[in-house]
Design a protein around this ligand. Structure first.
Ligand code: SAM
Length: 244
């Protein structure tokens, strides 16, 4: 992958950002690493300008080099800093991407930088794991999840969550927090495969805890895992029948 040819995962992030944000688009990409996404989107005229934020010096330097090599310094501002701290009061953007990190990290970036969000921007979030932390944050702060995708890229499954601030609350059920409201409705083959895999994993964990003694800690963990398993079993049920 490079800035001229995105991975399947980042290409889908780009498509969703374009689909759900009105033109003219101005992008903020947090955790930009090599700035592949902002460079691609500017070169492709998807966005007229972008800010690439990065907290680690090495990836920040890579982003700067890539932006300079593509002669895009006028359109892409590369900034070093933690999460949304790189944003200034006068920054004008209408789409924000935070991709390729854990859902807990994404949720904490959003939480810490809450006052930098105008509520007018489309959020395109791609957690690698712990997707539920992202959905929980969105539901708690009155964001509506307007689209989701689950894809396989080079043998790894990724979820993408698109959200916009709403005028009312959009509470999610525990099942929706875990699996995603749109993904739950769509029930794609990949979705069923993912949750079947998770169910088998949880069954093995429950069995292992049950055979490793009944200390209070074990009992507590067992209870948690059983609740999780019940939720996943429920996700796999369609009209009351479990999918084979
Ligand atoms: N967004 C790109 C993608 O999806 O391919 C790069 C993903 S890379 C695995 C994650 C990047 O996020 C790393 O470069 C890391 O330094 C950066 N990162 C992690 N926490 C961050 C934070 N709080 N603020 C800004 N960048 C962060």
């Amino acid at each position: 992958m490079d800035e001229k040819r995105l991975s399947k995962r980042l290409a889908r992030v780009r498509d969703l950002a374009v689909e759900h944000t009105e033109s003219p688009r101005r992008l903020v990409d947090i955790g930009s690493d090599h700035a592949y996404l902002p460079i691609y989107m500017v070169l492709n005229q998807d966005v007229e300008a972008a800010i690439a934020g990065e907290v680690v010096q090495g990836p920040y330097d890579s982003s700067l080099r890539a932006v300079t090599a593509n002669q895009l310094s006028d359109q892409i501002d590369v900034r070093l800093g933690d999460g949304l701290e790189v944003l200034k009061d006068f920054d004008d953007f209408n789409v924000m991407t935070i991709c390729g990190m854990g859902g807990g990290v994404i949720a904490s970036i959003l939480e810490k930088g809450r006052d930098r969000l105008s509520g007018e921007e489309t959020l395109v979030l791609q957690p690698n794991v712990e997707e539920r932390s992202v959905r929980q944050w969105l539901a708690t702060h009155s964001y509506e999840i307007i689209a989701e995708d689950l894809l396989d890229d080079a043998g790894k499954r990724y979820e993408i969550i698109v959200a916009q601030k709403a005028a009312r609350e959009f509470p999610l059920s525990p099942k929706e927090v875990l699996a995603g409201p749109h993904l739950l409705k769509e029930r794609s083959g990949l979705f069923l495969e993912k949750w079947q895999h998770e169910k088998e994993h949880l069954e093995r964990v429950v069995q292992a805890i049950q055979t490793s003694g009944d200390s209070p800690q074990n009992q507590e963990r067992l209870q948690m895992m059983k609740e999780q398993l019940a939720l996943v079993t429920d996700i796999l049920k369609e009209d009351g029948h479990e999918v084979e």
